[in-house]
Design a protein around this ligand. Structure first.
Ligand code: SAM
Length: 447
């Protein structure tokens, strides 16, 4: 029993992420549903849980000063309550006395009376300064990127990678690091439902997305409550992901255009859009290495007779090379381009993840280039703007391949502005309202 269900749900999520490696975007909706927390309480729980997780790595130095010890020496329950309390004190309009007293109550619920004194004392010390004062005290000096990263609640290495991808424009980095609360994006799957029908079903909080002709944005509400989402005529899919599938389907190929491959298809969002865009008589093969993700692709494709799903390692293909007209390689990546939807991700990812992934990414791009026939195209996509995963992988693969050429991906995204200097295309949340998807299109030259 709790007298504060919203804060209790928030701290349970913060704790589960810290202690059990949970994913907030999966756990929080489940807790809210199970505990029948709705309306403004659900919105408050979400703001507290997501905000605390986004900023946990810069709240910890503040907690450390307040506790006079490193947060990783505290019990996870205490650490989570302190992070949540510090977030409320420094980043919300919750009055300080309420932030402290509700945190003491949560501490009592989670850890018993022996920890309430500690929580009370630490949060009173945290409350002695506001966030700008803590930034002055704790952010690195003589390091504009490090200071901005601290102020906005990002690890420095991610801010530095963003700065590289933005062409060293510090003012734009400032905009890019401003967290926004993303709306839910839906896709109206072609040949299953029109966007007009989906808009009508979705009600007054829905609006048409600005770039994809299939995108609908929901300002509020639970997409799982929509019949079209439940029966698969529509799906939850960021508009940037829709643009990737559209680019893969729309860039011109020389010669026939019937045989398409999605080499990294799970869970199937882009495959479902590709299937709906196939030309008359066209076929799509959707592959994923992981069996349970292949099952999800099958569900998303909803027994579409033009599509087949295989469990396959696309670096050791189960198909004949040089036979596909189009290949999509939407490779596994750090996912940092979708940080706005996964609040803990920025602190969980490490630079070593990028180093490990780019080897697999290069292998998958190489295999995709082998799979496509001369005259056909490969679309390489990542949900990360990190240059090591984008341009770095392209450069490493294409350097030894005189048989391929980069084509201007921006031409496959007509009407979408500010995609960068080309020939690749980079979407950004602060420019386009999408996840930070990267798209490159490689044509295999005719022999
Ligand atoms: C970024 S996700 C793809 C998202 C998907 N295109 C969509 O829109 O729903 C990358 C996928 O690649 C799969 N994968 C990783 N290594 C692979 C490999 N060697 N061969 C095939 N699939 C692989 C992962 O299981 C994961 O499902």
């Amino acid at each position: 029993m709790t007298k504060d269900p919203a804060r209790r749900a928030a701290v349970d999520v913060v704790l589960a992420v810290d202690r059990d490696g949970a994913y907030a975007n999966l756990l929080l909706p489940r807790l809210l549903r199970e505990r029948a927390i709705t309306g403004t309480d659900a919105a408050f729980a979400t703001e507290l849980a997501y905000g605390t997780l986004r900023r946990s790595g810069v709240l910890d130095p503040v907690v450390a000063v307040g506790a006079r010890r490193a947060p990783d020496t505290l019990d996870p329950e205490v650490r989570s309550v302190l992070r949540l309390g510090a977030y409320q004190l420094l980043h919300t309009r919750v009055p300080p006395h309420a932030a402290v007293s509700t945190s003491v109550d949560l501490a009592r619920e989670l850890g018993g009376p022996k920890i309430t004194g500690l929580v009370n004392a630490v949060l009173r010390r945290v409350a002695q300064r506001d966030w700008p004062q803590w930034v002055d005290e704790l952010a690195p000096t003589g390091d504009p990127v490090g200071r901005l990263a601290f102020e906005r609640g990002y690890p420095r290495w991610i801010a530095a990678a963003w700065l590289d991808a933005l062409g060293n424009d510090l003012a734009e980095l400032d905009r890019a690091l401003t967290d926004e609360r993303p709306s839910t994006h839906l896709v109206a799957r072609p040949q299953r439902i029109t966007r007009a029908e989906l808009l009508a079903d979705a009600g007054p909080t829905a609006s048409a997305g600005p770039w994809s002709p299939y995108a609908v944005h929901l300002a509020g509400g639970d997409p799982g409550g929509l019949a079209a989402v439940r029966d698969g005529r529509a799906g939850v899919q960021d508009e940037g992901s829709q643009l990737v599938a559209l680019a893969a389907a729309q860039i011109p190929v020389e010669g026939p255009d019937l045989c398409w491959l999605d080499a990294c298809a799970g869970p199937g969002g882009k495959a479902a859009l590709l299937a709906g865009l196939l030309p008359h008589g066209g076929r799509l093969l959707a592959a994923d290495r992981t069996p349970h993700r292949a099952v999800l692709v099958r569900q998303t494709l909803a027994s579409d007779p033009r599509a087949a799903v295989v469990v396959a390692d696309s670096t050791r293909p189960a198909w004949v090379n040089r036979c596909f007209d189009r290949v999509l390689a939407d490779v596994p990546c750090s996912g940092l381009g979708a940080m706005r939807r996964r609040p803990e991700l920025r602190w969980r990812r490490q630079p070593a993840d990028v180093d490990r992934l780019r080897v697999l990414q290069a292998d998958l791009l190489t295999a995709a280039v082998e799979a496509v026939r001369p005259g056909g195209v490969v679309t390489y996509a990542t949900c990360s703007p990190h240059l090591a995963e984008t341009i770095g992988v392209l450069d490493s693969v294409l350097a030894d391949r005189p048989d391929v050429e980069l084509v201007d991906a921006r031409a496959a995204l007509p009407g979408v502005p500010d995609l960068g200097p080309g020939p690749t295309a980079q979407l950004w949340p602060h420019r386009h309202g999408t996840d930070a998807m990267f798209v490159a299109i490689v044509r295999r030259k005719l022999d």
